[in-house]
Design a protein around this ligand. Structure first.
Ligand code: ZN
Length: 210
């Protein structure tokens, strides 16, 4: 499995790849990319399930939260919650803005599933090897024989923050940061729908600095 750094970059990358129109304000874009990063790491919350049930932290790791079925459930649930929130908006303008900013179930599914995709191509030395990819249809674990990312060592704080994981994070940044920066630059280039607000912001800044 990659670290949270790799998964956050993966989630943000999936968002940039699939979302047609980016949020119009700088702060809005930053918050949205952070949300995509958080959704990209969410599957590893399964580390909390073991202790909640009196078992080891890794007892449910790579289980149902790392399945396409659970990704679909998350997509439907988040989209439904969002729709309920939008429905209660007070003014038509607020409602229209919320609807424009809303993520489709497909986008939520893709950003969440970016985690599964990265885990699939990472080293995995902890049995059972692989993930319950097709839960709830089957509890079997599936993996692929391709390892682009190093395994995270997590046997205690010293190892967790040791050189092995520093090298793992460096590899993730090396592989994922260039496409992220490149895609962000491409999506923010002049002429994009987002650009109108940037132009307005720039002219405001230029006018106030004169
Ligand atoms: Zn994971």
């Amino acid at each position: 499995m990659p670290t949270s750094v790799g998964h956050a970059l993966g989630g943000a990358l999936a968002y940039l790849l699939l979302r047609n129109q980016l949020p119009r304000r700088n702060r809005g874009l930053f918050t949205t990319l952070m949300a995509a990063g958080a959704l990209g790491t969410a599957a590893d919350l399964d580390f909390a399930v073991g202790p909640l049930l009196g078992q080891a932290p890794g007892a449910f790791h790579h289980g149902f939260t790392h399945s396409l079925g659970f990704a679909a459930l998350v997509a439907v649930a988040v989209a439904a919650l969002r729709r309920a929130g939008t429905g209660s908006a007070v003014s038509p303008q607020t409602k229209a803005r919320a609807e424009a900013a809303a993520w489709s179930p497909g986008l939520i599914f893709a950003v969440y599933s970016s985690h599964i995709g990265l885990d699939l191509v990472a080293q995995d030395f902890v049995p059972p090897i692989g993930m319950q990819l097709f839960w709830p249809l089957t509890d079997q674990y599936f993996g692929v024989p391709l390892h682009l990312f190093l395994s995270v060592e997590r046997d205690g704080p010293e190892i967790l923050f040791g050189w092995g994981n520093v090298i793992a994070v460096a590899g993730e940044i090396l592989l994922l940061l260039p496409p992220f920066v490149g895609l962000l630059w491409w999506r923010l280039r002049p002429g994009q729908p987002w650009d109108a607000s940037v132009t307005a912001l720039r002219s405001t800044v230029t006018a106030s600095s004169r």
